[in-house]
Design a binder for this molecule. Structure first.
Ligand SMILES: [Zn+2]
Length: 455
C-alpha cells in the first residue's frame, strides 16, 4: 500500500509540479475495501456445502437434488444469482453447457456445465476487455471415472471455487471499467474440459480476454513435508508462451525475452498488487507453467494466446488429493474439510480480488509496443499505439537489469506515443511500458518487440 501510494503520488507530482497530496487515490481505497470485505466464514460455508454433495465427479448424477455434480451446479448457480442482486443488473449468471463426446476419461457422452457470472464493465472503451477468474467445482477420488465413491474435494477444488464465489459476492456491488468473469468450471479432472470449452468459445467469438486466473488446490497450509505455511501463495506463470510462433522464437533466441511473456508480466503485476494490499500473504512467483506432472485450467487459455496464471498453496499434501476417503495405518486419506485452512483460502481470494480490481480499473496494457532495433545506438527508443480510454493520464517506461526477476525502475513519460531513453542502451537492460490513468491505476507491463526504424 505504502509503496503504491508513494508511486502514485510521485506520478502526480512529476506531471503537474504540484506538491504531493496526502490522500490515497479513491480507487485504491476501494481495493482496500474489497480486501477487507472478503470473509473467511463465507469461504468455509461454501466449502462445507460443496463437500456435502458427497461427490462432484463430472460423471456423477446430474439430476439428483442432494448428491452429485448436478446438485453442486444448481447450488452454485443460485449462489451466483444471489451475488448478482447487488450489481444493479450489471452481473448476469448463466450455465454454459455442452455435450462432451467420449474421451479417455469420459466413457460415454456427458453434459459438462460451467457456471459463469459476468460483471459487465462500465467504461465503454473498456467493457469488452475481460478478466476471468475460475475454480473447478468437480472432484475425484482415486479414479477419475469413479462416479460413485465419496469425493469431498474440499481443497481440490472447493477451495478455489469458494474463493471465486466470495469474490463475486464482494465485487458485484463495485463498478469497474473492464468486465470480470467469475467462473466455476467442471470436467477439470477429466482433462480440463470445462475450461477448454470456455477458452475455445472465447477464441471463436474473438473475446478480448486480457488475463485469466485459476485457483486450484489453494487451501492446505500443512504440507506432506510437515511444513506449516499460512503466509505464502504460489503464482505459476509460463516464460515462453505456449502459442509462440516460429518468428517470435527466432527473436527470442537472438535478444532474449524468455522471461517476459504476457503471463509473466501478469504474475509480476499480481505480486506487486498482492504484496501491497494483502501484506499477510506473500506472493511467491514460480517461473514455470505448472508443477511437474500436473496441469490446470489456465493451460487451455495459454494455448489460445491468453495470458493466464495458476494460484496454488506452497506445500501440498498428496494424501488429501485424488484419494478415496479411508484410514490406512492410522493415516487419514481423502480431501476432507478438516485439512483446509479457511482463513488461508480467504487470503488467496483477497490477493485475487485486489489484482482483478486493479486490472479492471486500470487502462489496458499498451498495444503495438516496439523497440527501435535497426539502428546502432546507445539510446533506447520505444514506440506504441495510443490507448483509447478517456481517463488515461499517460505511460511509464519500466526497466530492469537483464538478470533481475522483477521490474526495478519506472519513469513517467506523459501522454505520448514514443519516447527515447537517452544514454540507456537496449542491449544492457530489459525495457517495458505500462499505461496509467488519472486515478493512478496502472496496467500490467507490455514487453516490446523489435521493429525497424522506418516501419
Ligand atoms: Zn484441481
Amino acid at each position: 500500500m505504502i509503496f503504491l501510494l508513494a508511486a502514485n503520488l510521485g506520478l502526480v507530482a512529476a506531471q503537474t509540479r504540484q506538491p504531493a497530496r496526502r490522500s490515497a487515490p479513491v480507487r485504491n481505497r476501494a481495493i482496500a475495501n474489497i480486501v477487507r470485505e472478503i470473509d473467511a466464514r463465507n469461504v468455509e460455508a461454501t466449502i462445507r456445502k460443496l463437500v456435502s454433495f458427497g461427490t462432484r465427479n463430472t460423471l456423477s448424477e446430474q439430476n439428483d437434488p442432494k448428491r452429485g455434480i448436478g446438485a453442486a451446479r444448481d447450488w452454485l448457480y443460485a449462489e451466483f444469482l444471489k451475488a448478482a442482486e447487488a450489481s444493479n443488473g450489471r452481473m448476469t449468471v448463466e450455465k454454459q453447457s455442452y455435450e462432451q463426446a467420449k474421451a479417455p476419461r469420459v466413457p460415454e457422452p456427458t453434459i459438462i456445465t460451467n457456471v459463469v457470472a459476468t460483471l459487465k464493465g462500465s467504461q465503454p472503451e473498456a467493457t469488452d476487455r475481460i478478466y476471468v477468474v475460475s475454480g473447478h467445482y468437480d472432484s475425484m477420488c482415486n479414479s477419475p471415472t469413479d462416479a460413485k465413491c465419496d469425493a469431498p474435494g474440499a481443497n481440490d477444488d472447493a477451495s478455489g471455487t469458494a474463493a471465486v464465489l466470495e469474490m463475486a459476492r464482494v465485487m458485484a456491488k463495485y463498478e469497474f471499467d473492464a468486465t470480470i468473469v467469475f467462473m466455476a468450471v467442471a470436467g477439470e479432472e477429466q482433462s480440463l474440459l470445462g475450461s477448454t470449452h470456455f477458452a475455445e468459445q472465447a477464441k471463436q467469438k474473438s473475446w478480448n480476454v486480457d488475463a485469466m486466473f485459476t485457483n486450484d488446490i489453494a487451501g492446505n497450509t500443512l504440507g506432506g513435508n510437515g511444513v506449516r505455511d499460512r503466509n505464502h501463495l504460489r503464482v505459476f506463470s509460463e516464460g515462453v508462451p505456449s502459442n509462440e510462433t516460429a518468428a517470435e522464437a527466432t527473436t527470442r533466441r537472438s535478444v532474449g525475452g524468455e522471461n517476459d511473456s504476457a503471463s509473466r508480466q501478469l504474475a509480476r503485476f499480481i505480486k506487486e498488487i498482492g504484496d501491497a494490499f494483502v501484506p499477510q500473504m506473500k506472493v511467491m512467483m514460480i517461473y514455470r507453467r505448472d508443477r511437474y506432472g500436473r496441469g490446470g485450467d489456465h493451460i487451455p487459455f495459454l494455448e489460445r494466446g491468453y495470458p493466464a496464471v495458476r494460484f496454488t498453496e506452497v506445500n501440498e499434501d498428496f494424501r488429501h488429493q485424488h484419494q478415496n476417503v479411508r484410514v490406512e495405518n492410522g493415516v487419514q486419506f481423502g480431501d476432507l474439510p478438516e485439512f483446509v485452512d479457511f482463513a488461508y483460502v480467504a487470503n488467496v481470494a483477497r490477493v485475487n480480488a485486489a489484482s482483478l480490481a486493479a486490472l479492471a480499473w486500470a487502462p489496458s496494457r499498451p498495444k503495438g509496443v516496439t523497440i527501435v532495433a535497426q539502428r546502432l545506438s546507445n539510446d533506447t527508443e520505444l514506440r506504441w499505439d495510443a490507448n483509447k480510454e478517456p481517463d488515461l493520464a499517460g505511460y511509464e517506461i519500466v526497466w530492469r537489469d537483464t538478470t533481475a526477476p522483477v521490474w526495478t525502475d519506472a519513469k513517467p513519460v506523459g501522454n505520448v506515443t514514443s519516447f527515447t531513453m537517452k544514454g540507456m542502451s537496449k542491449d544492457n537492460y530489459f525495457f517495458g511500458l505500462r499505461s496509467v490513468d488519472k486515478d493512478g491505476n496502472k496496467s500490467p507491463v507490455t514487453y516490446p518487440r523489435p521493429q525497424a526504424r522506418n516501419q
